[in-house]
Design a protein around this ligand. Structure first.
Ligand SMILES: [Mn+2]
Length: 363
């Protein structure tokens, strides 16, 4: 297992690499080139200079999060083949700088959604907040305004401007598409790309939908154990795997997170883990919380134990964090302090479980 940290290159992050290097036990970063339009090839020279910058700070770069999927692929339009070809070219370039794992998502139109990016918690910190009724009351344009207007001047991954322009028309398009057709489009993409992922030795790791239930009638697919089983069967290669995000799947309280971790880690299909906690106020209303078990709904000991005991050997990163200790300028969810606390807490649980399991084996 390797503990990593998300970082946005090219002056797009308030957290310097030097600080990440000082978090005990963090060996590398997960990165993306956010200025490349969705559907274009990521240039090798850019990737090489990014890798050099990260390596010279004493960190590894083996994970990319995310190369976003062009909407035409999700819609199943004839133009998808061109974008799939570009995706494969990007994979090839990623392999040349030693990328081992690629996180992506297959969410239509909108990426992750929150109704408030700076929701005040009792202890004076702020966290991202989701309220389904509020989201439905706002139209998609207002949601985009909330997401982008409060992002401290940073672009938000998954909320690219060109994506927002077409939003209303895209929503209508998907409302007229059956969910089965959406699954077919996903399989078409996987069957085209996975053979190359195998050749280039890059594990593809799909991220669950966030929130894990439909918004504006858009299809949601990666949101439960049952649907993950269906997804993995679309293409049986071990290179067709998961980013297991406990906070995204945890948005639905019916999802038994330790059981989901156990099932898919045991099958060798989980390559990347986002571990964070969330706290529900209602069925579809929650805040993101500190990682500690007692601060949220998820039992982090059981979650980490399920990864450890089933032989997980991929990458883990703390996921979103709260804003604490006066940190104001960071991108939403991606401040330094709370995520650093999360990383070290998770490493502490891992060490305790690991050493404990050796002792019990000896006895
Ligand atoms: Mn996540």
């Amino acid at each position: 297992m390797k503990m990593i940290f998300r970082w946005f290159p090219g002056g797009n992050d308030s957290v310097p690499l030097e600080y990440i290097r000082q978090i005990p036990g963090v060996s590398g970063v997960a990165v993306m080139l956010s200025d490349i339009p969705v559907g274009d090839v990521w240039p090798l020279a850019r990737l090489q200079s990014m890798k050099a910058e990260i390596n010279s700070a004493g960190l590894e770069v083996e994970v990319v999060e995310s190369v976003n999927i062009h909407e035409d692929i999700k819609k199943g339009l004839p133009t998808r083949d061109r974008y799939i070809e570009n995706y494969i070219k990007t994979l090839k370039n990623l392999s040349k700088i030693g990328i081992k794992c690629l996180c992506y998502n297959f969410m239509p139109v909108m990426d992750w959604v929150r109704s408030n990016l700076e929701f005040p918690l009792e202890d004076g910190s702020t966290a991202m907040y989701y309220n389904h009724e509020e989201v439905l009351k706002m139209n998609p344009a207002l949601i985009a305004e909330e997401m982008l207007g409060n992002s401290n001047g940073y672009y938000l991954p998954g909320w690219e401007p060109e994506r927002l322009k077409a939003m209303s028309a895209d929503i209508e398009f998907y409302q007229n598409m059956s969910e089965e057709k959406y699954w077919e489009n996903m399989k078409y993409f996987l069957d085209a790309v996975i053979p190359y992922a195998e050749e280039y030795d890059i594990k593809m790791a799909i991220h669950p939908d966030d929130p894990p239930f439909p918004v504006y009638g858009l299809p949601k697919v990666i949101n439960s154990a049952e649907n993950i089983r269906k997804f993995l069967k679309l293409n049986n290669s071990p290179y067709n795997g998961l980013t297991l995000c406990t906070g995204s799947l945890g948005g639905n309280k019916d999802n038994d997170i330790p059981a989901i971790v156990k099932e898919f880690v045991a099958q060798g299909r989980v390559h990347f883990a986002h571990i964070r906690n969330i706290k529900h106020m209602d069925e579809k209303e929650f805040t993101e919380s500190a990682h500690l078990s007692q601060c949220g709904d998820l039992d982090m000991y059981e979650v980490v134990k399920a990864f450890h005991d089933n032989g997980f050997d991929g990458y883990i990163r703390p996921d979103h964090g709260r804003m604490i200790w006066g940190e104001k300028e960071a991108r939403p969810g991606y401040g330094l302090y709370d995520r650093a606390l999360g990383a070290v807490y998770l490493l502490g649980i891992w060490e305790a479980i690991h050493k404990g399991s050796h002792i019990s084996r000896k006895n």
